[in-house]
Design a protein around this ligand. Structure first.
Ligand code: TXA
Ligand code: MG
Length: 349
């Protein structure tokens, strides 16, 4: 299959390209599209066969459910059997935006889309091209991240091409995304609502809107006995090919330990990478050192995380050492993705 790439200017959207993409989705095809978090792999969410194609293109286990993207709040009622009041408040506060909510699903959502679950994940993305595409496709677009299963999520259209060129019908290229880590997932079928995956909408932000919110404890802690409640979180995805270690502790000691670990691996002849920050990048003299952002504003780290992991892959890196980050705010999402990428391999110093 030849994958068509259409550039989309977010301030002046090419509606011919959007209409063509919408037609592809209506006919059961696959179109990768930009969102504010990561690029998604779009398909008609109400079409079982399109879900099957999505799993095949990603090489993804079909027990891992997809998120259904909508463009207007009224469309939620047709796919969610019940919409609790708190969910309405969260939708009005954070949609369009990086928040996915889980509901009991209605009969029109096929089992293929939800990986056989009785619940459905729903989100309204904050990107004008995405919203136009969803409307053009009839209102319901399933969108897992548009990467091959097991690789870091795509934050540019080029990342999507690396993984899916020749396997999907079209890519809408709207440039780099803004946020860089996937949406916050909140289960609204339980009380209090529970965060299953941290993202840019933080626990504090959710609690300010609806009061107490619980957190799935497997988010930051490896726990072999309890599987995470979001099925996709059990896979070691977000992962680079290299073996990765996160070093945690006071910054002085972290950088000293990473220096010596990198020096050791280099001496053994291994290609070694370091994830550093503006504050620390000057302290390293071994390995391939990449500055991922500033500790002053961890949203910069979120924005660069997946691109940096992909660069290390492209460089043939065998060992990656990363500094840990503060877990407040979006740092919770950053640490969740880093720890998963590292298979929870952490050194405390
Ligand atoms: O930011 C995002 O959410 C991106 C963009 C494209 O919107 N999408 C995304 O999709 O990250 P994906 O498929 O890579 O991750 C969806 C996650 C998986 O961990 C999946 O297990 C979980 O959502 N999920 C989906 N439906 C669920 C459900 N009914 N119950 C529990 N978890 C669910
Ligand atoms: Mg994903």
């Amino acid at each position: 299959m030849k994958t068509r790439v259409e550039k989309i200017d977010r301030t002046n959207i090419n509606m011919d390209a959007i209409r063509a993409a919408g037609e592809i989705l209506k006919r059961g095809g696959l179109v990768a599209f930009p969102t504010e978090t990561v690029y998604g792999l779009g398909a008609n969410a109400l079409d079982e066969e399109a879900a099957r194609k999505t799993y095949a293109a990603k090489g993804r286990p079909s027990d891992n459910p997809l998120i259904v993207h909508i463009a207007q709040l009224e469309d939620l009622r047709a796919i969610a059997r019940q919409v609790p009041d708190k969910a309405l408040i969260l939708a009005r506060t954070f949609w369009p935006g990086p928040l996915t909510m889980i509901f009991d699903k209605s009969g029109i959502v096929p089992d293929g889309t939800t990986g056989g679950l009785d619940t459905v994940a729903v989100r309204m993305p904050d990107n004008p091209a995405a919203l136009a595409l969803i409307r053009a496709a009839g209102g319901y677009v399933s969108g897992p991240s548009a990467n091959t299963s097991g690789r870091p999520s795509p934050t540019t259209a080029q990342h999507v091409r690396e993984d899916l060129d020749g396997k999907i019908d079209m890519i809408l290229d709207c440039g780099p995304v803004e946020i860089g880590v996937e949406s916050t997932i909140v289960d609204m079928t339980v009380e209090p609502p529970m965060i299953l995956r941290p993202g840019a909408v933080t626990k504090e932000m959710l609690e300010e809107a609806v009061g107490e919110v619980a957190v799935d404890h497997t988010i930051l802690t490896a726990d072999s006995k309890t599987p995470p409640k979001a099925p996709g979180m059990k896979y070691r995805h977000y992962a680079p090919r290299a073996e990765m270690v996160v070093v945690e502790g006071p910054l002085e000691r972290v950088t000293a330990r990473i220096r010596s670990l990198a020096a050791e691996q280099e001496a053994r002849g291994h290609r070694t990478g370091i994830i550093a920050t503006e504050e620390t990048v000057g302290r390293y003299d071994h390995g391939n050192v990449k500055c991922i952002g500033t500790r002053e504003d961890e949203s910069t780290v979120a924005a660069n995380l997946y691109a940096v992991l992909r660069e290390f892959d492209a460089d043939g890196t065998e060992y990656i050492y990363s500094e840990a980050f503060d877990e407040g705010g979006i740092g919770h999402a950053v640490m969740n993705r880093l720890l998963k990428a590292a298979g929870h391999h952490v050194i405390q110093v």
